[in-house]
Structures are given as structure tokens and as C-alpha cells.
Design a protein around this ligand. Sequence first.
Ligand SMILES: NC(=O)c1ccc[n+]([C@@H]2O[C@H](COP(=O)([O-])OP(=O)(O)OC[C@H]3O[C@@H](n4cnc5c(N)ncnc54)[C@H](OP(=O)(O)O)[C@@H]3O)[C@@H](O)[C@H]2O)c1
Length: 216
Amino acid sequence: MTNIVVFGAAGTIGSRIVREALERGHQVTAVVRDPSKITETHPNLTTRTGDVLDPVSVASTVAGHDVVISAVGGGDGAAHQATIKPSAVALVDGLRTLGDKAPRLISVGGAGSLRTPDGGQVWDAPGLPEELLLIMHAHGDALDHYRTVTDVGWCNISPAAKIAPGERTGTYRTGFDDLLTDETGKSFISAEDYAIAVLDEIENPKHHQRRITVAY
Ligand SMILES: NC(=O)c1ccc[n+]([C@@H]2O[C@H](COP(=O)([O-])OP(=O)(O)OC[C@H]3O[C@@H](n4cnc5c(N)ncnc54)[C@H](OP(=O)(O)O)[C@@H]3O)[C@@H](O)[C@H]2O)c1
């Protein structure tokens, strides 16, 4: 059994990671700003508040766990700009204070920085709305920060270009920095299968200090 702490546990993706972890028999600490948002009860589930933007709060919240998940985000471009890289910095700084006892960090990333077959990146596509670009670059900035980190264990997992609640099929493909698309050119993953990929990486750590992506 792994002791997992999840920031953003009440979110679309975070809640599915919590559920997948509980179904696999792990111990989960769900970190939320508003505890009333966690309605699920489970003997292996603890809910607590914590501030993902404060390294001191991060350190005290994650101490004693094996893995920390960050699934924070949501809202508009400005909200992402205020949350994604700042939380990456605070998480890394908080983990650093725990030294050898720091849990491994797995963060939910973004698809915008993934490479496309034309040699560009997803965020280079013409006509993308400014709000979406802000969100994509918030994740890109966080990834740039993670890539400077060599003294904390981390893995950043970019979803496919589109991720949404859906079917739990148990199938997915893993890539690195290139956008994964299916045979019809669609880049998609259900949030349930994304959660499976996250738990697979927790139970069988394969990707260290790098970004990966998962899609069908
Ligand atoms: N294709 C893609 O690249 C793609 C697609 C979708 C999502 N994503 C990324 O995946 C992440 C999760 O998305 P989602 O759809 O699950 O979002 P969501 O449903 O809005 O959930 C986000 C969670 O983050 C929490 N949060 C936001 N700011 C926070 C802060 N300052 N401190 C603590 N918690 C905070 C929220 O907590 P509260 O409940 O307290 O508000 C919420 O539970 C986001 O970063 C998003 O950009 C990427």
C-alpha cells in the first residue's frame, strides 16, 4: 500500500485519481481548500486542507507520504497563471525541505507544449483563443521549472489534447514530448484512463525527472 497525498483532490482529474488510488487499496490524503467538496467516504481516505502555494504548508502536508500528486488548476487563463507555475515552485521548495524523506511528485501537466508532426508545438496552432494560450503556457512554464529540478523526484504527465470524464477502459499509450494521436488524428484520453496511467506510474515508477504524455 502506498501513502498518497493529492492536491486538487476535488477536481475533475484529481477526484478520479483519488478514486483509482482507493480502488487499488492505497491510503489517500485528499487536500482541498474547501473540505465540504469531498463527499466520498472511504476507510483509506483522509481529507485535509493545505495551501499548495506555500512551501511550508506543502512540507507539513506531504510529510510521511510516499507520493504527492498535484492536480490543481481549473478556471480561466489568469487563474492558471496564478496557480500552475507558482504551485510547481512551492511544491518543489516544500519537498526540498524534507530531504531524503521527500515523497515523489507527480503533477498533472498540459498538452500545449507537446510537439506536433510539423515540428512545432500544440500551442503554435493558428487561431487558438488567448485564454487557452494562457492556460497552455502556464503549464509550459511549470514544466520549464520542473526541468531545472534534479534534487527532487518528479514526473509531469501531460494529458492528451483533450481529456474529459468518460469510460474507464484500462488502455492507453505513453509517449514523451510528442503529441499522441489515434489513427483518426484525435488526441484524447478519458479522465478515468488518465488516472489509471497515474496510478500505474506510482505503482511501477518508470519515468524519472521527465514529462510523459498519455493518450489513446
Ligand atoms: N489537455 C490538457 O492539457 C488538459 C485538459 C484539462 C485539464 N488539464 C489540466 O489538468 C489540471 C486539472 O484540471 P481539472 O479539469 O481537473 O480542473 P478542475 O476540475 O477545475 O480542478 C482543479 C482543482 O484545483 C484546485 N485548485 C485550484 N487552485 C488551487 C489553489 N491555489 N490551491 C489549491 N487547490 C487549487 C481546485 O480546488 P477547489 O476545489 O478548492 O477550487 C480544484 O479542485 C489543470 O491544471 C488543467 O489545466 C489539462
